[in-house]
Design a protein around this ligand. Sequence first.
Ligand code: NAD
Length: 329
Amino acid sequence: FKKINYLCMKKALVAGAGGFIGTHLVRKLKKEGYWVRGVDIKKPDFSKSVANEFMLLDLREKKNCAKALKIRGDFDEVYQLAADRGGVGYMVPKETEMMYNNVLINAYMIDEAVKAKVKKYFYSSSVCVYRDMPVGYKVIKEKDVYPAFPDNEYGWEKLYSERLVLAYGRKYGIKTRIARFQTTFGPEGTWEGLKPKAADDLCRKAAMAPQKGFLEVWGNGRAVRSFTYIDDLIAAIRALVKSNISTPTNLGSDEYVTVNELAMDVIKASGKKLKIKHIKGPVGVQSRSFSNSQIYTTVWRPKWKLIDAVKIHYDWVKSQVDKKYGKKI
Ligand code: NAD
């Protein structure tokens, strides 16, 4: 019975299923009735994967990509989310590792996906493909990525891999969908170490701060960003995959705030009387302002207001801090 069921079902492979976005995507696909295989070099950090099958494989090896993609009846959809990545504090010290690891994963995965006759291939790119912009600069559309000058090497690799996926699409006819994710946050995101992004990091610092302490912000906090809540991103991925848009597409919230405003939301969520303290640290680009007009040709619209999403995320990070360090704070 199980076998019949499996062959009749739509089948998806999520590469990077042990990571933040992959964990949530597997859940969504399962809810939608897919049979899902997850693959990653590690298991999810915070929960058990709900994938029908979970393979532990290093996708920097071509034979492992082939293994992940091998299935009776072919995969309908492959989601390539596996990457060596981190927030602004990770980008520079780990630039060689990121370029090396990610280009291997991306080249091997698309090549093996074509051989495995995958019907649709989704690639997770990033708005790091865009150059730095001064605050108040015009809204950037997807085609404005050229002439290219990404702010960091991670962005250059993403741009190269976008082009690689597009080229395979042209040559072999595999259907491709490419999303340029904006910074995304939410429960089950890495909150400690070198890898967290601004929202995770600020929530951790606030959760660990005394009732009347300081919340440290890198730089002057005036850089402009948008922060997308994970549920909105997952819904956007699904909308893009179902659409006919085969060119790279910006995905993310259209609520723009300064890092200081994000920090204020985090302080509100914590219920503590924290004061922002600006310290020296990596700040990344000055401004981000992306057009969502391409993804808005689908039914998708962001549903979450930053302040509400930050509250959920803060509560989750606080629960992790309490679990690890005890309820001292
Ligand atoms: P994540 O780090 O939580 O997940 C990435 C996963 O890839 C990890 O579980 C990691 O173990 C896995 N991986 C790394 N090297 C691997 C290897 N050699 N073999 C197998 N698996 C390997 O990151 P995420 O936030 O879930 O990001 C998913 C994708 O979205 C990545 O491609 C990332 O670059 C992209 N992205 C994320 C954001 C964001 O804000 N989270 C923004 C832009 C783009």
